[in-house]
Design a protein around this ligand. Structure first.
Ligand SMILES: [Zn+2]
Ligand SMILES: [Zn+2]
Length: 387
């Protein structure tokens, strides 16, 4: 079993790729140069099954092992940058003002390429590795689109793994947790419909402002009185718009808010109960509502078997003391969660050392983390698909 030293041989080359990507950041789905770079590198490793143009600029490439038949596992890297003016002052700073890799996706892409190069030359596994390079992680739900475009079924992927650099974690360390890791994010809109009129004659109106006020208060009891106190759910009304004048009772009031939850059934609960509560209150006063509920990123949930695999791979690479399996859950969200909704899998953080935090203009991916990230991917494959 090779340790991390094996992967230091690739560090200089992967660093060069990483810095090229850093100098040429692209946003959202508009990753044409990045996708071209990735595709050319994959082809140069002798990988001949490369599918491009998935979710516009996403790529899936397959590497067959030499250990015989077996399942297909997906390894995912995100490729998109952020609309931030870089202030890192590094020699490889962004050449495109207002765009920068401030979340380390340049490093994620380069490390998965490094793993692809290693795996394509060793092929010491059974079954198949699907390398998933996705667009629009930051804003645009590219992960969801790749799933909607059928990558899991089309390539027969049975498990998925994701890796993200973590600024508050030492280089060479890994951390994750079993079960819910990152929160889900939903939004809702309620239009309260009453009957407007003159405020001197409220008995001839159905006052939507009074109804909306009752709805805002009613929603406060959904969490406190109707959910298990040991489960996390936040329902916040964040917009409330009504009225135009001192002497008019309006016809309608618009209110909106956000829901954060760590369990899928609580999103169903929130959708059903916000609707029912608002509708019941409005109808009780003679009014009605229109209701919209939109789900964005689901909860990022690490399944047990795949997290065991990921932890085992990390421990083989760096030893058990450098791997933390009890990272506290946090309220961030990640669109790899769409892939985890489609297939069991695990999302793991990789130490980036003491750098600026994510999405900060001084953030930079730490190239010292490269052998660990490349090694992690190779060990995940050789563990999950042990020949
Ligand atoms: Zn980010
Ligand atoms: Zn990110």
């Amino acid at each position: 079993m090779s340790s991390v030293e094996t992967f230091r041989e690739l560090q200089a080359e992967v660093t060069e790729w990483r810095r090229y990507l850093h100098r040429h950041p692209e946003l959202g789905y508009q990753l044409h140069n990045t996708a071209r770079f990735v595709t050319e590198k994959l082809a140069s490793f002798g990988i001949n099954h490369i599918e491009t143009g998935i979710a516009e600029t996403g790529i899936v490439a397959l590497i067959q092992g030499e250990g015989g038949d077996g399942p297909t596992i997906g390894l995912r890297a995100d490729m998109d940058a952020l609309p931030i003016l870089e202030a890192s002052n590094k020699p490889w700073s962004s050449t495109l003002p207002g765009k920068m890799h401030a979340c380390g996706h340049d490093g994620h892409t380069a490390m998965l390429l490094g793993a692809a190069k290693h795996l394509a030359s060793t092929r010491n596994f059974k079954g198949t590795v699907a390398l998933i390079f996705q667009p629009a992680e930051e804003d645009g739900m590219g992960g969801q689109r790749m799933v909607q475009e059928g990558i899991m079924d089309r390539f027969g992927i049975s498990q998925v793994f994701g890796l993200h650099c973590a600024p508050d974690l030492a280089v060479g360390k890994f951390s994750t947790r079993y079960g819910p890791l990152l929160a889900a994010l939903d939004e809702f809109d309620v239009v309260v419909k009453g009957r407007g009129g003159h405020p001197s004659e409220p008995h001839k109106c159905v006052d939507p402002i009074v109804i909306a006020a009752q709805i805002v208060l009613g929603l406060q009891t959904l969490v406190s009185r109707s959910t298990d106190a040991l489960e996390s759910l936040v329902i916040s009304v964040t917009k409330l718009n009504a009225g135009t004048a001192y002497n008019i009772i309006p016809d309608r009031v618009e209110l909106a808010g956000t829901v954060r939850a760590f369990a899928p059934h609580l999103r169903d609960f929130a959708e059903q109960h916000i609707r029912a509560s608002a509708k019941g209150i409005a109808r009780g006063f003679g009014g009605d509502i229109d209701f919209k509920y939109r789900r964005f990123e689901p909860v990022t949930i690490n399944s047990i078997d795949e997290t065991n695999l990921a932890l085992k791979a990390a421990r083989i690479l760096v030893g058990p003391e450098a791997v933390d399996d009890k990272l506290p859950a946090n309220m961030g969200s990640e669109d790899f969660s769409y892939m985890l909704e489609a297939r069991p899998g695990s999302y793991v953080f990789l130490g980036n050392g003491s750098t600026a935090t994510w999405h900060h203009p001084e953030f930079d991916f730490n190239d010292e983390a490269i052998p660990y990230g490349v090694g992690f991917w190779v060990k995940v494959v050789e563990t999950a698909l042990a020949a």
